[in-house]
Design a protein around this ligand. Structure first.
Ligand SMILES: [Mn+2]
Length: 451
């Protein structure tokens, strides 16, 4: 068996010009940053892109992902050592690090639709980056991680919450440019998902499926927004399964949680397949139907916590319908039984980060709305607003550790344990789409890409 390289070809449906959308995006960012600087009492903000962390006792580097604040300004998700300077009312400055180096290939000259929006300064080394950032008069804030040189971290107040809270709150409303980037990321990821399903049905190993996915997307594992979950059979019960087993197994079930990136924006998609037309296939179909109904209900003005509770009830009903539970759905909710089968949140914000910031942030000032105590893993507790992009990812799992805890409890008496034994070898089901909430409803970015 051999999986062919399938080069990524731009989709002709992607007609909307990213260049045109970028201009409006840039103006929105300038307005947001200007307001945030004034409200938090700063004159300037320095955003450092970051550097790859070195490996312990080695000169090799860990995979790099740029500061999300940096890549919302510029489509340079791999640019290291550079910075952006934003003022209250000045053209943003981009300090672009282009070292003279024969060990590594230096970044190409900055080019493209976005460059005209910046006062561009090229630096050849860290000291030139530092000089291009010094001499700012007034109060300076810096957004940087610990890979930034000390001279940059000390240019002003480091990561002041008053400023970052405002920016993080704003980021939950996506610009048209950002949504289009996520549409494209979804289109790329879907190519991978199709190739992965075909490889699964051919009996490929997890490792082979992973490689087929990356080839079809045209993205290396480091370019993907997160580590693929490629789980055959019982591995689907491990929520963050990150092994890629080389041995081929008789294909029974396949859970794949895999995304793609476009200009540093993420897609996050999960699908589950059964090899045969069996009870597990029917269970997948029921979860898929419930998931699509939940997606329909992800409307502006809807409290995401309510959406999660509703999902929990729908999933309980699926377990009743498939004769896994011998009680009704209401009882399953009351007794807390669902924490065994659906032990994670319904979803999260997505954008420049796969788990985007601000999911618990109730106000621009940074007040938090924690998840309800019975749903501690819920990453998003806000009311959906037009411009929000979030995931909807209900799941049902047969997790040995959690089932063992349930087995000898009162609630466990309402579980059909023989039925559980039948499903355990299949692992679990999760179905996940990315939803763009609009003023009038929503757009399912993932289902559109699969069409
Ligand atoms: Mn997700």
């Amino acid at each position: 068996m051999h999986y062919h390289l399938c080069p990524f070809v731009a989709d002709t449906r992607m007609t909307e010009s990213i260049a045109e959308l970028y201009g409006a995006h840039h103006r929105t960012l300038r307005t947001r940053h200007s307001h945030a600087l004034i409200a938090s009492g700063y004159d300037w903000l320095v955003i450092y892109s970051g550097n790859a962390h070195p490996q312990f006792l080695d000169d090799s580097l860990c995979p790099f992902r740029a500061n999300p604040h940096f890549k919302t300004w510029v489509p340079l998700p791999e640019h290291q050592g550079g910075a952006i300077v934003v003022g209250r009312d000045a053209e943003p400055r981009l300090v672009y690090l282009q070292p003279e180096d024969y060990w590594h290939s230096p970044p190409a000259d900055p080019a493209g639709y976005w460059t005209e929006f910046f006062d561009l300064r090229t630096a050849r080394d860290d000291s030139q980056v530092i000089s291009a950032l010094t001499g700012l008069t007034g109060k300076v804030a810096v957004i940087a991680d610990d890979t930034a040189p000390a001279e940059i971290r000390s240019l002003g107040t480091l990561n002041p919450a008053k400023l970052t809270d405002l920016l993080h709150f704003d980021r939950s409303t996506k610009t048209e440019y950002e949504v289009e980037c996520m549409r494209r990321a979804n289109a790329i990821a879907v190519r991978g998902h199709r190739a992965a399903e075909a490889a699964f049905r051919d009996g490929a190993s997890e490792f082979e499926i992973h490689m087929a996915y990356c080839s079809a997307c045209g993205q290396s594992p480091n370019e993907l927004p997160y580590d693929n979950i490629i789980a055959l059979n019982g591995h689907g019960a491990v929520l963050h399964y990150h092994e890629y087993e080389h041995d081929r197994q008789p294909p029974r079930a396949f859970l794949i949680d895999a995304g793609a990136s476009y200009n540093g924006y993420a897609a996050d998609i999960t699908r589950t397949y059964s090899a045969a037309n069996d009870d597990f296939a029917a269970l997948i179909e029921s979860v898929d139907r419930a998931q699509q109904e939940i997606c329909q209900n992800a409307q502006p003005g809807v409290d995401y916590v309510d959406l999660h509770r509703d999902a929990n009830t729908r999933l309980a009903q699926v377990l009743v319908d498939h004769k896994v539970l011998e009680c009704n759905a209401e009882t399953a909710i009351e007794t807390g039984l669902m924490a065994t089968f659906f032990p994670h949140g319904l979803g999260h914000y997505i954008g420049a980060q796969v788990h985007d910031v601000g999911g618990h942030q109730a106000t621009p000032a940074g007040d938090q709305r924690p998840p309800p105590p019975e749903h501690p893993f819920l990453r998003l507790t806000r009311t959906l607003q037009p411009g929000t992009v979030c995931t909807i990812e209900p799941g049902l799992y047969f997790i040995g550790m959690l089932l063992d805890e349930l087995r000898n409890t009162d609630a466990g008496k309402t579980v059909a344990w023989k039925r559980i034994d039948e499903f355990v070898p299949f692992g679990g089901v999760r179905v996940e789409d990315d939803i763009y909430v609009t003023a009038s409803g929503n757009e399912n970015l993932t289902r559109a890409a699969f069409k």
